[in-house]
Unconditional design. Structure first.
Length: 253
C-alpha cells in the first residue's frame, strides 16, 4: 500500500527524491487539507502562532499519515521546531525534523511569468512535491507591473487583487528555487515596481517584510491572520490605484 507522507515547509531535495523513489503520496501540511475550524488546534498550539502552523496541526489531527517530515531549520522557522515537538507527543507516527540547507538553485521561472497570481502560487506550492524545476520555455518572463513579496498566504483570495504581470519575490521565490534558507535571494526586491510585502500575522517574517517595505520606494507592508478581510483587500486596491497599476476587474470569490 502506498505510504502517505506529510511534509511541512520544504524538506531537503534528497528526501523528496527518496519519497518519489518509494512512490509515496506526498501531502503538503502547510496547505488546508481538511474542512475544519482552526479553533480545534487551540488545545495544542497558542493562537499567537501563525495560521500556517495551526493549519499543519489541524491537518495532522485529521489525516491518516504514515509519517511526517518537518523542516525546522532556517528555511522554515523556530516555531516549526516547537510544532515538531508537539506533533511527536500528539501522534503515534514518526515525526522527522529536517534542516534544508540546499543552495543549488533550480530557478524561478514561474515567479516571473505572466499568469493570474492565484494560479501562479498554486503552481509554485504544488511544485514543492516535485523533484523537477518548472520549464522556462513554457513560462517565459514578463515585464513586471507589480510585485508580491513574501510567503504564500493561507487565503489565496488575497492574490486575485494582483495583475497577471505580478512578479513574486521573497520566500516564495526561494520556495520555487528549492533553496528555502537562501536569505540573500529572499531579501531581493525590485524598486521599480509597486510591491506588497506580505507575511502571515504572528510570523517571524513580518519583521523582514516591514523592514524591506520601509526601504522600498513603492512598498506596502501587509499582514493577515487566517483570511484576507475587507480591510486588507481595500489596502491593496488603494495601493495599486495610487500606483497607477492595472488590476483585475473581478472581485475575489
Amino acid at each position: 500500500m502506498k505510504e502517505k507522507v506529510g511534509i511541512v515547509g520544504i524538506p531537503p531535495l534528497e528526501i523528496i527524491k527518496q519519497l518519489h523513489h518509494s512512490k509515496a503520496e506526498i501531502i503538503d501540511l502547510d496547505e488546508p487539507q481538511v474542512r475544519a475550524s482552526l479553533e480545534l488546534t487551540a488545545a495544542h498550539l497558542p493562537r499567537v502562532y501563525c495560521a500556517i502552523l495551526r493549519t499543519v496541526v489541524l491537518n495532522a489531527i485529521h489525516l491518516e499519515l504514515d509519517r511526517i517530515y518537518i523542516d525546522v531549520g532556517p528555511g522554515k522557522c523556530d516555531c516549526a521546531l516547537h510544532v515538531a515537538t508537539i506533533l511527536k507527543d500528539m501522534l503515534s507516527i514518526p515525526v522527522i525534523p529536517t534542516r534544508n540547507q540546499d543552495m543549488d538553485g533550480m530557478g524561478f521561472p514561474l515567479c516571473r511569468s505572466r499568469m493570474p497570481l492565484p494560479d501562479k502560487m498554486l503552481a509554485i506550492t504544488g511544485n514543492v512535491r516535485s523533484i523537477h524545476r518548472a520549464d522556462e520555455h513554457k513560462y517565459p518572463p514578463c515585464t513586471p507591473t507589480a510585485g508580491f513579496w513574501g510567503v504564500p498566504p493561507r487565503d489565496f483570495n488575497l492574490l486575485a487583487l494582483f495583475p497577471d504581470t505580478t512578479h513574486i519575490y521573497g520566500w516564495t521565490r526561494c520556495m520555487e528555487n528549492k533553496t528555502p534558507a537562501d536569505l540573500n535571494l529572499e531579501s531581493q526586491i525590485n524598486p521599480e515596481v509597486p510591491t506588497v510585502f506580505f507575511a502571515q500575522a504572528f510570523c517571524a517574517k513580518t519583521a523582514l517584510a516591514r523592514h524591506l517595505a520601509d526601504r522600498h520606494p513603492r512598498g506596502l507592508y501587509l499582514d493577515c491572520d487566517v483570511t484576507a478581510g475587507s480591510s486588507a483587500r481595500a489596502k491593496i486596491e488603494a495601493f495599486f490605484e495610487l500606483s497607477g497599476t492595472a488590476v483585475p476587474d473581478k472581485e475575489p470569490s
